[in-house]
Design a protein around this ligand. Structure first.
Ligand code: URA
Length: 231
């Protein structure tokens, strides 16, 4: 048996391992930077008085989740429950969204959840165009920092705002669209689907199946396995 130690081979393995670990360090530094910048945005949101919604809010609701998420869910605006605690999707529609995320085999902390606008419109009315216009910069910066593989736009407001279209959600859902920050950056795949609160109001087999079909397309894009019981 040849007992000579091949130092060149060991040195090569060492260099390869260092490169591998450095790659990890770089990624986690980038993730830490993104998390910090998301916190910066949350601070700015908290101080924001760009539209009149600051007058009636109890809390701002900037968003929460993983700064390195592969998928970001974007809703419309906080409701009463979210306004109370400053977190997105915690009420009834939030419970349904958590069930959808669970059905994907994910946990809420694996993804990022936020809204087009960060303050509750009084009485849960629709956000006004000027409110969206003054708030959209926050969402764009959040998406630009996270750079997810897929964005899921929950409901008509999120889909129409991000895709700059007037088409109905029923026509937009079911297929991927390109979301562009600007022409210099590659687009991100965006899947529009029905908002959880629409599903709660129309809790039919048909509407639930449509959302599940949309979500399955997102899962295929993320190479996530459909959990056994949902197959
Ligand atoms: N509906 C939304 O669109 N967002 C929330 O955070 C809660 C309800």
């Amino acid at each position: 048996m040849d007992n000579t130690i091949d130092f060149r081979k060991i040195a090569k393995q060492h260099i390869e391992l260092e490169g591998f670990m450095a790659g990890f360090a770089k990624k986690s530094n980038a993730e830490a930077d993104a998390a910090k910048s998301l916190e910066e945005i949350a601070k700015e949101v908290k101080a924001c008085k760009e539209c009149s919604l600051w007058e009636s809010r109890a809390n701002t609701v900037p968003g929460e989740g993983d700064s390195a998420a592969r998928v970001v869910f974007v809703g419309e605006a906080p409701g009463a429950d979210e306004d109370k605690c400053g977190l997105p999707f915690v009420g009834r529609s939030g419970k349904l969204l958590s069930d959808i995320i669970g059905a994907m085999g994910l946990r809420r902390e694996d993804i990022y959840i936020c809204n087009v606008i960060k303050c509750r419109p009084p009485g849960n009315r629709d956000p006004k165009p000027d409110e969206i216009a003054s708030c959209i910069g926050f969402l764009k910066r959040q998406l630009d920092l996270i750079r997810p593989q897929v964005i899921v736009a929950l409901g008509a407001h999120a889909a129409k705002t991000l895709l700059k279209t007037d088409k109905a959600i029923g026509r937009l859902r079911g297929k991927f669209h390109d979301f562009y920050f600007d022409d210099s950056l590659p687009p991100i795949k965006l899947m529009p689907t029905y908002h959880p609160s629409y599903l709660l109001r129309n809790y039919s087999q048909e509407s639930r199946l449509k959302v599940w079909q949309d979500i399955q397309k997102v899962m295929a894009e993320l190479a996530l396995e459909v959990p056994e019981k949902k197959k």
